[in-house]
Design a protein around this ligand. Sequence first.
Ligand code: NAX
Length: 331
Amino acid sequence: AIDPVRVLVTGAAGQIGYALVPMIARGVMLGPNQPVILHMLDIPPAAEALNGVKMELIDAAFPLLKGVVATTDVSEACTGVNIAVMVGGFPRKEGMERKDVMSKNVSIYKSQASALEKHAAANCKVLVVANPANTNALILKEFAPSIPEKNITCLTRLDHNRALGQISERLNVQVSDVRNVIIWGNHSSTQYPDVSHATVKTQDGEKPVRELVADDDWLRGDFITTVQQRGAAIIKARKLSSALSAASSACDHIRDWVLGTPEGTWVSMGVYSDGSYNVPAGLIYSFPVTSLNGEWSIVQGLTIDEFSRKKLDATAEELTEEKALAYSCLS
Ligand code: NAX
């Protein structure tokens, strides 16, 4: 029998949590043969709702689900976890100062980092979903020094998948035939969705998206803003923010990281910058990555034209400011 993997989901009583936990329990994240034990954390006001989610998980009788821990105790939630998906956070409310929201999340991520540091399994892999995702991940990294920095990432796969979706709609091709878009930078409206190296599988082989679309104004204009603003468009339509797509992308992120990216395909992940592509080191920044044997690496050697350079720098600048703001909340 295969040992179960313990997967933590924080904010599990929320919208994304409700979409995500059944996916994990069905094997969407770790494969159809991998048993899992779910650890679900939320805060005391959500304890009753969290218990309701636990009841539903039991009622769904998932064959792969070997146990459920539902708790408001951070230490208990983090104990022995192999994978941590951090969805819980303090949301931005109307009229709130950016600094106040940052300060709330910095204190949450500082304390949850310490709990993971003390109680998680060795080599625990962490995915931060809650916004500001990149900076929350950076704070988590700072306060969990024994977790290897390569194990701390944030979610930009939703933006990546949105970019694939927009290209597939525009060209009327299957989304599974589109690959190698890139999301650079912050999971915010300064992110840069880049199709410079993206291709589509056609009957005549692999073709560059730039050649097939042949409308550079769209690629450099509406395409980019549509991907950047997609979250807001979902809120407008649903009166709630993206949940099923966010949950599905979180599964894609972990699956590709743990089980590997397909040959010739890269994905976007927010990872600790080593200075590749002249992005300042020490930021959590979204790069194109491939993964093998549970270790990601940044795709090297892609050409960056002048248009792209400016966009990479602008989103890096925003992340540098966010980092300074986050640090000012610590002192
Ligand atoms: P919800 O408000 O529905 O759920 C959040 C849950 O977190 C709530 O149940 C809340 O009680 C819980 N929570 C708050 N503080 C906590 C703490 N200290 N410890 C544990 N749990 C805590 O939000 P939802 O729509 O599920 O979104 C969750 C987060 O994902 C938000 O920060 C949101 O901005 C972010 N998103 C990030 C995306 C990404 O691509 N990186 C896309 C989707 C989403 O907008």
